[in-house]
Ligand binder design. Structure first.
Ligand SMILES: Nc1ncnc2c1ncn2[C@@H]1O[C@H](COP(=O)(O)OP(=O)(O)OP(=O)(O)O)[C@@H](O)[C@H]1O
Length: 288
């Protein structure tokens, strides 16, 4: 077995958060949370509004320094700046899309790649001459990533002209351009229709198949339970339950605290069932 296989083999914890607490003045948004993501895993983080999910995410990406506790990525304590966390191998997308609206699709991905080149962030954003010289090497990789998310045909479009679902895909491509070992997705299907949500699900599986672990926050329970190997439930800043989808879905504390109505009665369920039936129909496999 090579060293590389050892460090990336499935089942080994690559992210390890211990006793993470985050306070804002008198408010404790996250309280004493232990959390791991193993190599090769897709992990979901769910919880009601205000449960502390985004705050916890921010503690994993260097945006916040936890008031107490520590976070390690591949054994090393996270650096205290988000760009250093990205360089270390953790990439993220945001709840509210943060693209460079007046740059092209390709340029957005090239900016994401700057952590893997000698060129700095501002050189990439301002498109300085040195950036253009380095661009040739990065361009091929950026086009590969655009092809991976299905946006290669739109490489020259301005990001602001993409439909919403494609802007979310572009955010993912840009995050992947930093060549992460762990990708954090904050509500990746917010505002998507069922078809787009289904496509995102497939994209996340494909990302995992490339050896990248994924941690996802999402309110769409169907998406989470279809996708995740493991789901953690935060309620009022504390971890309530953690387990595989079936365990979490069936846990009475989770149902009482969060899920409420039975999963099958979720609004939009009928529409999703229609899409699933259409996709399962013979002759539809090659339609996408
Ligand atoms: N920067 C901040 N300053 C003060 N309070 C904050 C800050 N960020 C979050 N909070 C508070 O911390 C708590 C947790 O918020 P957080 O956004 O992490 O929850 P969430 O689970 O992500 O919610 P949602 O699902 O609505 O996005 C909330 O009470 C929120 O008001």
């Amino acid at each position: 077995m090579t060293t590389d296989t050892i460090t990336t083999s499935t089942g080994q914890a690559i992210l390890d958060a211990r006793g993470v607490t985050m306070r804002f003045g008198g408010l404790t948004a996250v309280r004493n949370v232990d959390f791991t993501v193993n190599a090769g895993e897709i992990v979901g983080l769910i919880g009601p509004n205000g449960a502390g999910k985004t705050t916890f995410f921010n503690c994993l990406t260097g945006l916040y320094i936890p008031t107490e506790g520590e976070v390690r990525y591949k054994g090393n304590i996270l650096p205290p700046k988000s760009f250093k966390v990205t360089a270390a191998g953790i990439a993220r997308t945001f709840q509210n899309i943060r693209l460079f609206a007046n740059m092209t699709v390709l340029e957005n991905v090239l900016v994401g790649h700057h952590t893997r080149t000698k060129e700095g962030f501002w050189s990439a954003v301002l498109r300085l001459p040195s950036f253009h010289r380095a661009e040739g090497a990065s361009r091929e990789r950026a086009m590969e990533l655009l092809q991976f998310v299905g946006l290669d045909k739109k490489a020259d479009h301005l990001a602001r002209n993409l439909p919403y679902g494609e802007q979310r895909k572009l955010e993912i491509a840009r995050a992947l351009a930093s060549e992460p070992g762990l990708l954090l997705l904050d509500e990746p299907t917010a505002g998507m229709n069922p078809q787009e949500t289904r496509a995102t699900e497939e994209l996340v599986f494909a990302i995992r198949d490339k050896g990248i672990a994924v941690l996802v926050i999402e309110h769409d329970m169907r998406f989470i339970f279809n996708l995740c190997d493991r789901v953690s439930v935060l309620v009022q800043g504390e971890k309530l339950v953690e387990g595989d989808s079936a365990t979490v879905q069936g846990d009475e504390r989770v149902i009482a605290a969060y899920l409420g109505e039975p999963f099958a009665n979720e609004p939009g369920g009928e529409e999703v069932a229609e899409v699933e039936a259409a996709e399962a129909a013979p002759g539809k496999e090659n339609d996408r």
